[in-house]
Write a protein that binds this ligand. Structure first.
Ligand code: ADP
Length: 166
């Protein structure tokens, strides 16, 4: 049986913390699907296509694939024939919400197991939100996100500075 795991998230943008979890998962499972969430309420900095592209280019392990989903994660996971949902835990503050989600997902789909992986210490304080905040204020994010993500953030910032095109 192919052990297939889904790693869902917004990835707006992908950080080295996410990438570390993807790499750990790639070693643990036969196949990992990084599932990028569509249609999020909060206006994302990057479009779905841009976020998918970022993950595709940065997560270059043979057994890692990228997909998109909307609606219930467990429906997508069943559709993809996955047995495991992977989530990253940075601190106790993540745990409460993650536990709630994991238990709800178990209720919805008892066969689906949620596996929590501990963040690498070096990235355990990183969140996409913090990256965006520091970047907007002109701070360096080098070493915290993949190089190509940093480039895309710069490109996005100059696009915005140029104003909306017709
Ligand atoms: P969401 O909006 O679903 O929280 P994110 O893209 O922010 O999506 O995160 C996806 C998953 O990655 C979550 O399980 C989150 O806890 C985990 N994660 C986020 N940042 C890090 C990090 N720096 N190290 C490890 N895991 C992380």
């Amino acid at each position: 049986m192919t052990r297939r795991a889904i790693y869902p998230g917004t990835f707006d943008p992908l950080t080295n913390g996410h990438l570390d979890i993807i790499e750990r998962s790639a070693h643990l499972f036969d196949e990992v699907i990084v599932a990028v969430l569509l249609n999020i309420d909060k206006r994302p900095m990057f479009t779905t296509d841009e976020r998918v592209d970022m993950v595709r280019r940065a997560a270059q392990w043979d057994n890692v694939k990228v997909g998109t989903f909307e609606g219930l994660l467990v429906h997508y996971a069943v559709e993809q024939d996955a047995q495991v949902i992977v989530r990253g835990i940075r601190a106790i503050s993540d745990y409460e919400y993650e536990l709630q989600m994991a238990l709800m997902n178990r209720r919805l789909e008892p066969r689906m197991e949620t596996v929590f992986l501990m963040a690498a210490e070096a990235y355990s304080y990183l969140s996409s939100r913090l990256i965006k905040e520091v970047f907007k204020l002109g701070g360096s994010i080098t070493g915290l996100v993949p190089g190509l993500v940093e480039e895309q953030m710069r490109a996005k910032a100059s696009e915005e500075a140029a104003g909306p095109g017709e």
